[in-house]
Each structure stands twice: as structure tokens, then as C-alpha cells.
Design a protein around this ligand. Sequence first.
Ligand code: ARG
Length: 479
Amino acid sequence: MALWGGRFEDTVSELTQEFGASLPVDRQLYRQDIAGSCAHAAMLAAQGIISAEDAEAIRGGLEAIQADIDAGTFAFDINDEDIHMAIESELTRRIGAAGGRLHTGRSRNDQVATDTRLAAKALAKSLMEGNLALRHALVDAAEAAGDTILPGMTHLQHAQPVLFAHHLLAYAWMFARDFTRLKAAFDAADASPLGAAALAGTTYPLDRRMTADTLGFSRVIENSLDAVSDRDFLLDLEYACSVMAVHLSRLSEEIVLWSSQEFGFITLSDAFSTGSSIMPQKKNPDFAELIRGKTGRVVGDLVQLLVTVKGLPLAYNKDLQEDKESALDAAHTLEQCLTVMCGMVDTWTVNADRMRAVMHRGHLAATDVADYLAKRGMPFRQAHEVVGKLVLAAEHAGCDISELPVSTFREASELFGDDVVGAFDLDAIVAARTTQGGTAPAAVADQMEKVKAGLVADEAAVEALSPVVEMGTGTRSVL
Ligand code: ARG
């Protein structure tokens, strides 16, 4: 039933009732809504605005409603426009007049902003935890890889050999930056709008600091108009999700390539692959493809909200009701993607021999052969030219540059000695790149220490987050 019936002579039509409703989406916020109402009622009583008995009845009633929703036994009424009305009208049905006092000094505008911020904090925190789990999986995989080398690529062409651990740690750094973005989104959401009321504040002596503290918000939003109309914190969350989804998508693309017959660098476990209904031999990297595919949804979610808030005048506009679906979708999609990616990385088999075998046809030593000449006095540009010709000769001969006879090298430049074969040693090529951030085992070990230190710091950052109201699972839809 509508809670604003007094001013209206007619009820809304079934069509507009359904069109205007947000309950199918915002019921996922029932725990946040109940936490917000309990905090508000306790504050009203502390300020002498309602009686202690009423506040107690409200708390008891709301807790019972939460237990019912948690258990999946709460009968949502499709005539309730949103989760706020659904809970408040059921509360009043259960406890009578006290339920009608809950909304004193409050509007659904500050109520929904409060619920959404609490949800954003919970979602950001669980994404931070998923992010940490994936970074741990990458570190474990990098450690397990030891000195395994693979052809490092540029333009998807063989470039120079690199440690597989080095390649995996590049992703660990990308996800470390994503953590920073998630933390920023958490901090943006961590401010209480409660007490802003509809837009202008209220005439009741509310204690905004008290409700903020009860709900675990670090601060109170200073401007009531901003409090009810700001959705930047959701944009921040969806942007953090989008960049992380793009990173997951890039890793997924590598997994798709690496697990193909052409590459064969890894074999996915059966649990993270699928077969074909017609081709008995197939083992497909469906889940990597799905993560890559879901990235489009997550980025679309961000764009949806950006476009929704563009051009909105202050303060609350009903357009803002369209803010939650995309944010919830982005966060839930990302959470699943992170879990599936962890599983893939944890259970893949690395085919180190295959990685090494394919390196015999990519002239991966070419740069080091040019460096060999440059280190003996030839200008690097000239050395590049000489080695380019040798690569061409190797291509014509159908072999790798390392398979050309030493005499061919000598003909190309008298600076070449018999020791040029040393420049073909792929492990030596890797080991020689000792610059900070380079691929030499010692340099990779150094960055591994830094990646691990980052994990420890970020784990501490999660511990230090202000309290969150966990998302309830009682309304997760089932097929
Ligand atoms: N369901 C609404 C939303 O999600 C709640 C706020 C409604 N406020 C209003 N003035 N109609 O935004």
C-alpha cells in the first residue's frame, strides 16, 4: 500500500504501480534498510522524539522481519513500491502505531541514500577480499612456476623470453591497483546521509553523528542536498569494477590463447573447462570466455549510471531509483568472476616444456645478438641492421637465428666470435635482464617480495575498514 495516500483521491493504476516499483531490485538491501531504521529509531528515542518503548517495539519488529526475510519466508507484496515501504508497512501491521512513528524526521530520500551507501561499503569490502584472494592465487602460481620461461610477446609476436612468474606478477600489480580503486570507492561511500531528510534537513533535534556511528559510517555528509542526490560513490565502485573486469578479461584472453592447441602453454583442469555436445574431443575454456564476455556487462553498468545522473537537477529525482540495479549487477558479476578466475589459476597445469619448445622458432635471441655486437663497439643501430639480415637469412633457411652456422655470423660481422652461441642461451638471456622490474630470476624475486608486502598491507587495510552491514542473502533470486 502506498504510504503517501492522504493527498491522493485515486490509487495508481496497476501499470504505473509496476512501472514505478523498485522492490524487485532494492529488496536485496533489506539488511541495510533494517539497520538504518533501527539506528534511526534508537536515535529518535535518545533524543526524546519517540518513547523508549516505541523504539524497542520498532527494533523487535524489524529484527523479526529480518529473520523472516533471511529465512526466505517473508511474503513480499508486489503492491509495495520499494523495500522501504515493504518493511515499514509490514512493521506497522505487526506492531501497530509505534511502526508509524519510525519515519519521523526521515524521508525515503535520505533512507535510500543510507541503504545504498551501506550496500556499497559491503560490496566494496567483499570485492577487496576477492581481489586479495586472486592476488594470492597469482603469487602462488608465480612461485610454483620457478624458473619456467615462455616467449614474451609484443604485438602477439615472439619478442624476448621472460619468466612465467614475471608475466603472472604483472597481473598481480594490475589487481593491486584495482584494490586501491575499490578502497577509494569504499571511502567515498563511508559517509552518512541519514538526517538530511527529504532535502533540507528537519525540524526535529536529530543526532546525525549518533546514527552515523551506529551504522559504522566514518563521517556525516555536510550538505543535506548533496546527501540525498550524490551517487558518486556508486560511480566510483562501478569504475573500480570496470577496470578490474578489464584486467580479468585480459588475463582471460591469455588463458584462452594459452590453452589452445596452437599455444598449449597451460591445460585447464576439467572443473574449469567444458566439452562440446557434438565434438567429443573438445575441451573449451568457456569460463575464461565468460569472464571476458561479462566484462561488457560490467562496463555497461558503469555507463548506465553515468548517463542516468548526467543532467539531474538537485536534489532527489526518481531517476536515481535506477542507480542500484547496475551497481549490484557489476559487483555480483565481479565477485563471481574473481572466484572463477582464482579457481582456474589454482588448478591449471603449466606445460613448461611446451613453452620452451615453441621458443626455437621465434628468433628470441635476436636482441641479445645485436647487444653482443654493440658491446663489442658496433653502434646499436648498425648491429640491429646486421642481425636483421641474419634473421632474414634464417627465415630463408627455415630455421631459428640460433641454428645458423657460426660462419654465417662471421660473414655478417668480424666482431662475431665462437662465443656468439652464448647469446642464444634463453636462460642466460633471461638471467641477464637484471634491471629493477626486469625478468632475471633475482629481479623477479625482488618484485615478488614487494607484491607480497603489498598483500600484507592491503590485508591490514581490509581489517581497518569501518564496520559494514553485510548483504543479506534472503532475497537472492533462484531460477
Ligand atoms: N525507491 C526509491 C529509490 O530507490 C526510494 C526513494 C523514493 N523517494 C521519492 N521521493 N520518491 O530511489
